[in-house]
Ligand binder design. Sequence first.
Ligand code: G6Q
Length: 566
Amino acid sequence: MSKLTRSAAWQALGAHCTTIQPLQMRQMFQDDPERFDKFSLRLDITSDSAGIVCQPSRMASSSISLVFDYSKNRINAETVKLLLELARQTGITKQVERMFAGEKINSTEQRAALHTALRNRSGRPVLVDGKDVMPDVRRVLGLMRNFSDAVRNGQHVGHTGKQITDIVNIGIGGSDLGPLMVCEALKSYASQNLRAHFVSNVDGTHLVETLKNLDAATTLFIISSKTFTTQETMTNARSARAWLIGKMGDEQAVAEHFAAVSTNLEATSKFGINPSYVFEFWDWVGGRYSLWSAIGLPIALFVGMDRFEELLGGGYTMDEHFRNAPLDKNMPVLMGMLGIWYGNFFGAGSNAVFPYDQYLHRFPAYLQQLEMESNGKGVDRDGNTVDYDTGMVVWGEPGTNGQHAFYQLIHQGTRLIPADFLAPLRSQNPLGEHHAILLANCFAQTEALMVGKTAAEARAELEAQGLHGEALEALLPHKVFPGNKPTNTLLFDKLDPHTLGMLIALYEHKVFVQSVVWNINPFDQWGVELGKQLAGKILPELRDATSASRHDASTNGLIDYYRNHR
Ligand code: G6Q
């Protein structure tokens, strides 16, 4: 048994779980009218984002708020107490400080994980190997401002003097999902004169379909790659370069139409990118944590640097909350520990995320990488195989679409799927009753998942519809909903850059909390590296019919079939 599963807090939770399992949340709400007040939090943020106050959710507020309702969970006060004991036992507070202080907590790569420094608005220094990284962070932010302003106001023009109308980000994984998700989420803040496109897949279709309707003379490519060696990105970048030169008939055009974001400045210069348009970041920024760095350049171009800085401000607000709030009022801690409760004690294997805001339609895909790449680990920090489950499968789609597709399985299927519901109080596109209908659906779903429908209720309903006897008995079991399905609800005023920054950082820290409890490194991704290596081996075999097959029978068979039939 591992130290974790042997620990007193883990054992206590296991025993406690057997007392919670038979309880119905519906009954818990009936027994305790204060349940919402007890199990919800509100962060009130004053305009300078320094005054962050944690309040009971019901209190009146005039400032920006984020409400976290976790009352529809299979918990009572004792559960929360035990979960927080577990968090304490694993040294969460100390680990949080180690991360913020720039210690090399990414131990397998000997790197710090300092995405928090990228959004540090405090003026406090952040040291890596004894050197304050903040002057460099501010310098690159300044360069991003100059460049994004110049492109947006038409000072930076294309090779033939035309204003840039389209930016195409070429990157993959962490160099794509974050900026793509944020650009979609903040579309309502975007310039009318600039469109943002994202090409990630090495499938030529992605690039070809994107470029189809673009004018090379008004297109700016951003090659986003931390390493600047990723096969998919470099292949797309080379093809984009060839397309541009082909259309413009002049190799010199590359200088005005290509920018790069990378930690590998040698490779960007080799590619021929004008050094004035190369934006640097550092090895202490993990790929999936990098949207706050120069990887966010497409965001700055699309919505403007002021908005990008507001996004950073939102991340910083959540950082301060995470660092300073007591554990029982700490959103990322509570969220992370609830995930552990279901994943490790109820055997839940997946966690759904349902944004009731169309602008957040790529948020679940973004979280998928954040959570599954970070916490999809089977050995602990000391190299031992873990004897407990780690990261959950994350999935989701915007509500209300999911309701008409897969919610059925959550309501009446056999698996327990805890779900997060996210919704704004105000729509950015008020249109008749649309927003009220949207939110009515959101609240109704969490209510329905929690209360379900008993056999007696279903029977009464069927009788009221005039059904009796055998027909009623046959239909009855299908009309019963077990309920007791856990959900969290996050409510915010509207999806502005600051709020979005808070939400992203909330999930980042939730992931970190879980990694601390599981004693795993959430900042490496050796699984991604293996795929990168193997693809490099097979490519020459696809090109060259004579090269020897060195794989298993299945892989050899597929390679041969490709060679012989294409
Ligand atoms: C993220 C991962 C991975 C990475 C991509 C792209 O945390 O490391 O998704 O972002 O493989 O890598 P490059 O930015 O180096 O091209």
